[in-house]
Write a protein of this length. Structure first.
Length: 533
């Protein structure tokens, strides 16, 4: 933590924020110390992002004041926040894909010489930043859109340094990263802290929070529950404070029991381990895909899915998991292979419409960009999967829409009272629940779930994974991709392990130990895996 003689980086006093009837923040008092890493944790909708929005100047508070290094911060003025040295880096990055790495770093603050852009000066300064941060420079001719999410995040951090940021706000910085990339980003955060830069970050990954934060603040229902140094927290205590009530106590006790059993800590905030169980009974063979190939992505991958079972796709980021799901969902026109649905061979689906005709639905990784219509209401997003089911005499009935959407969404813990709200105003966890409710409404035969718990809190993760298991028990066949490999081990009956676009082996709960270590061993070909059945 910073020395007491240093001024506080941020002091928030009595800040509240209301959006219509929703009280997003209630009388918040919070201090961020200079040169420290401060984590904000809580369920989706707890108020963390609203707090960030106020600091960044995107959202004016309804009440209260904010001081930055002892000076008052103008409310709702992003430029004023920038002048005070505050830079926010959000989960949805602001990289311009067609521009080079150094052009993105200097976006909006270009270096010029006699009125002309100086590419040479910007490139030289970019290389200096790479050396300062200990990261590899991107070649000059490479477009930023071709880089990994981790590399794009580094460009955003460099952009903050160019603007002489003194306070960096990071919203879910590791949500889409594999473990090596996460570790590299955490090391970069440590380097920035060592330079005296104040870092505040929102994360649902409690292991990372406990690893890097100097202080941790818990939000719940728009209230600040507690702020304390890292030494005062444990993962079970964080969960209990975040969730409150019986749910928080239950998950905290499960985590304590897991620690007592000597279980190794995972690299994410996956739900607490559940009792070991046999594989669910295999129903009829719903889907068989053979020799699935997408040029330059996956080659010769085969997969089987039975009714009532969940098949996980294991592997690291870039292994081809998402590409396989997209190919099955009709989103990869260049894909080829053979496909059987309900025992009947079908032409390979090259459109989403064709895949839907086969009963195949996709829960996409990018819920905002590819899954939801953010300007529409929750009930419209749920019922759009089957308009005919909510129509009377060929006319849409809003009463039937609300009734059907509520019935589907409540199964996933979404409150019926919010079914008429605009989706963009909902938390990430509630948005994900709506996507699941959409497929509950129309009931496909096969559900492809890509990162179903990305960027949501531990309580919502537990609800969503439980809901997927219930859908499987009702006869649905589900394929799950998750970068949190612990989640794959919890819900899957079988795990198909991919590496560099190839199938390395299949782990079956009836005969194999489905663990993170076994998935990684299979991916790296450390041990001989069983061949696909």
């Amino acid at each position: 933590m910073s020395a007491p003689s240093q001024p506080e980086a941020v002091r928030i006093r009595g800040v509240s924020r209301r959006f219509g009837a929703v009280q997003a923040l209630r009388d918040i008092d919070l201090t961020l110390e200079t040169g420290a890493v401060h984590a904000l944790v809580g369920e989706n909708g707890a108020g963390k992002s609203t707090c960030f929005g106020i600091l960044a100047g995107r959202i004016p508070p309804s009440d209260g004041t904010v001081e930055v290094f002892g000076e008052p911060l103008s409310a709702g003025d992003p430029r004023a926040s920038r002048r005070h040295g505050i830079v926010a880096i959000y989960q949805e990055l602001t990289i311009v894909p067609a521009l080079s790495a150094h052009a993105n770093v200097f976006l909006g603050q270009s270096l010029s010489r006699r009125g002309w852009l100086s590419e040479r000066a910007m490139r030289r300064r970019y290389l200096e930043l790479c050396e300062r941060l200990g990261v590899k420079a991107v070649p000059a001719g490479v477009a930023a859109g071709t880089l990994s999410v981790a590399d794009q995040q580094i460009l955003e951090i460099m952009r903050a340094l160019v603007s002489e940021a003194r306070i960096v706000l990071l919203d879910e910085p590791t949500a889409s990263l594999a473990q090596p990339e996460r570790e590299a980003l955490l090391e970069l955060m440590r380097s920035l802290r060592a330079e005296g830069i104040t870092l505040a970050f929102v994360s649902h990954n409690l292991d990372e929070v406990l690893e890097i934060a100097d202080a941790i603040t818990v939000f719940r229902d728009g209230r600040l529950i507690e702020t304390a140094p890292r030494s005062a927290w444990t993962k079970p205590r964080l969960v209990a404070q975040m969730l409150g009530g019986e749910t928080g106590e239950r998950l905290a006790q499960e985590l304590l029991a897991q620690d007592d059993d000597g279980a190794a800590a995972g690299h994410g905030a996956a739900p607490a381990a559940r009792p070991s169980r046999p594989a669910r009974p295999r129903g009829e063979l719903l889907l068989r895909a053979e020799e699935v190939t997408v040029p330059n992505a996956i080659e010769g991958v085969s997969l089987e899915l039975h009714a009532g079972q969940i098949v996980g796709l294991g592997g690291l980021v870039g292994s081809g998991r998402t590409t396989l799901l997209r190919a099955l969902a009709g989103l990869e026109p260049s894909a080829s292979g053979r496909l059987w649905v309900d025992g009947r061979e079908r032409p390979w689906p090259r459109t989403v419409r064709r895949a839907r005709e086969y009963g195949i639905a996709l829960l996409p990784e990018d819920r905002k960009g590819e899954g939801l219509v953010l300007s529409m209401s929750a009930m419209e997003n749920v019922t759009m999967s089957d308009w005919r089911g909510v129509a009377r005499w060929s006319l849409l009935s809003r009463r039937r829409m609300a009734s059907c959407a509520s019935a589907s969404a409540e199964k996933f813990g979404f409150r019926a009272a919010r079914i008429g709200e605009t989706v963009r105003n909902l938390s990430g966890g509630n948005q994900q629940k709506l996507l699941l409710a959409r497929w509950q409404h129309c009931r496909p035969r096969v559900l492809l779930a890509d990162e179903p718990t990305r960027g949501i809190d531990i309580g919502a993760k537990d609800e969503i994974l439980t809901a997927l298991e219930q859908m499987a028990r009702e006869g649905l066949g589900i394929v799950v991709v998750s970068s949190e490999l612990e989640e794959v081990t919890v819900v899957s009956d079988r795990v198909a392990v991919l590496a560099e676009g190839r199938l390395m082996g299949v782990l079956d709960r009836d005969r194999d130990a489905i663990t993170v270590a076994q998935i990684l061993n299979t991916a790296y070909d450390v041990e001989v895996a069983h061949a696909p059945a």
